[in-house]
Write a protein that binds this ligand. Structure first.
Ligand code: ATP
Ligand code: MG
Length: 135
């Protein structure tokens, strides 16, 4: 199947703080994803709340928004064949303890909160999330 896609990736505060951004980018490049655009920013709690709005009813929502706005992040547009699902594979399971060997979250994640990366989970959300940060 031949389908070039774009997805949004975020290197979260725990990983930026530990200077892991370049190592994490390597993982994407190794798997033939290219970085089309990237910037290092810090967002407000209000922006984090907007970004993670799909989770607003979850018990961990407030903590999640505090966390994503707690320090600098690197946001990237990744592009490649099946970029959305490939990126999710490279990231590994949400909980680093459950993530497969070789994934970013297994290697670098600290906890289910500080799990080092975000990746869009569908074409719809990829579009929305890319617009959110790059338009
Ligand atoms: P992300 O959206 O960050 O890429 P994900 O798609 O693997 O992660 P989601 O279900 O979308 O997981 O959850 C968003 C974020 O909320 C997770 O990255 C994690 O930090 C946090 N989270 C998810 N489930 C839990 C939970 N049960 N307890 C605490 N935090 C959670
Ligand atoms: Mg998600």
């Amino acid at each position: 199947m031949n389908s070039k896609e774009q997805t949004l990736s975020i290197i979260k505060p725990d990983a930026v703080e530990r200077n892991l951004a370049e190592k994490i980018k390597e993982k994407f490049l190794e798997r033939k994803l290219t970085i089309k655009n990237q910037k290092k920013i810090q967002i407000s709690k209000e922006e984090a709340a907007e970004f993670y709005k799909v989770h607003q009813t979850k018990p961990f929502y407030d903590r999640l928004c505090n966390y994503l706005s707690s320090g600098p992040i690197v946001v990237m547009i990744l592009e490649g064949e099946n970029a959305i699902s490939i990126n999710r594979k490279i990231m590994g399971a949400t909980d680093p303890q459950k993530a497969d060997k070789g994934t970013i979250r297994k290697e670098f994640g600290i906890s289910i909160d500080k799990n080092s990366v975000h990746g869009s989970d569908s074409q719809d959300n990829a579009k929305k999330e890319i617009d959110f940060f790059f338009n």
